[in-house]
Design a protein around this ligand. Structure first.
Ligand code: GDP
Ligand code: CA
Length: 321
């Protein structure tokens, strides 16, 4: 079976670990990763979501934190601080720096982000084919109004420095309108047997991937069933501040509203948590097959069970039952 999953960072990566545990060795998983969170710091290109997927599946992730490297040290950051050079609010550890150095060195030498990602994955051996959504530069910005007035800040500044404490007025994936899908992305979608939306952020992870011209169309046109899992349980994100960015695009932070926002043209099936069983009827009425099952990724086995249910729902949709 050829499975294609769109993925952000932590939610995507944890789901993929469960998916890998659920499938057999003959199944092929292609991951289309969000690069709208990318940021240039100290002259280096940092790809937080691609790295979270790579480290999580490759066994290098800091488990409790969910991002960055295990057993990290922070000498470089302290040295930068001694020079008065920030940003202090963005955590790049010493081990993590090596990844960004290799990536930036290869990009400077003329390799594409896809080629660089493939090269980094030789070390991490994540068990999936990890493709950036695009080789072109896309950076999500957020419009806010605070005491400094109305302005756009980089998504990382909004999320990490400001902790999404001010309202997001608009989400702008700068560069997405002219970006091209990375090599292999459209082919993978067209040839997939199943397409999955993990419980990643629907706006700044999945939404950004879909904003690359051609990708939304390819998902909608793909012969494969498309099944998503809700990142919202009981009217709130399980982790993070997805409600803030959902509000910016006029979508309620409920499992049902997120499904309807994707819509039946895009997704064929949707899983909500058992806490949201009441949402099933409305999602089905909109033409999306829906089931309520436990959706907390408490451990790999619980997550694998979520993945099995998503694959089973895809089969049911495929056979029109
Ligand atoms: P990010 O790029 O690191 O923010 O990660 P993603 O976009 O891939 O995923 C973020 C989303 O994962 C958040 O909106 C969370 O609500 C969701 N999430 C995190 N843990 C869980 C979980 O255990 N179950 C479900 N259903 N969603 C989760
Ligand atoms: Ca992210």
């Amino acid at each position: 079976m050829r499975i294609v999953a769109l993925a952000g960072g932590i939610g995507g990566a944890r789901f993929l670990r469960g998916l890998l545990a659920a499938v057999g060795p003959q199944d092929e998983i292609t991951v289309i990763g969000n690069t709208g969170d990318d940021i240039h710091l100290y002259g280096l290109k940092v790809c937080p979501d691609l790295d979270t997927v790579m480290y999580t599946l490759g066994g290098g992730i800091h488990e409790e934190q969910g991002w960055g490297r295990a057993d990290e040290t922070w000498s470089i950051k302290a040295e930068m601080k001694a020079y008065g050079v920030g940003p202090e609010w963005f955590g790049l550890g010493d081990r993590d720096f090596a990844t960004h150095l290799v990536r930036s060195q290869m990009l400077t030498a003329g390799y594409s982000l896809s080629q660089v990602t493939e090269a980094l994955c030789v070390r991490w051996n994540p068990g999936v084919r990890l493709l950036p959504m695009s080789d072109d530069r896309v950076e999500t910005h957020v419009r806010i109004t605070d005491e400094q007035g109305t302005r756009a800040v980089h998504f990382q500044e909004y999320w990490v420095r400001l902790h999404a404490a001010v309202d997001a007025e608009a989400i702008i994936p700068v560069g997405a309108d002219t970006a091209k899908p990375a090599p292999g992305v459209l082919e993978a979608l067209a040839e997939a047997d199943v397409i999955l939306f993990p419980p990643s952020n629907p706006v700044v992870s999945i939404g950004t991937i879909l904003a690359v011209p051609g990708i939304r169309e390819a998902v909608a046109a793909a012969p494969a069933p498309v099944v998503g899992l809700s990142p919202i349980i009981g009217g709130a994100p399980v982790r993070g501040m997805a409600d803030k960015v959902l509000a910016a695009v006029g979508v309620e932070a409920t499992a049902e509203a997120v499904a309807l926002n994707y819509g039946p043209d895009l997704i064929d099936g949707w899983l909500v948590d058992t806490a949201d069983e009441h949402a099933v009827a409305a999602v089905e009425a909109a033409g999306i097959a829906c089931r309520a099952v436990p959706l907390l990724m408490t451990d790999v086995e619980a997550t694998a069970e979520m993945a099995r249910t998503a694959l089973a729902l895809a089969e049911q949709v495929r056979h029109g039952s």
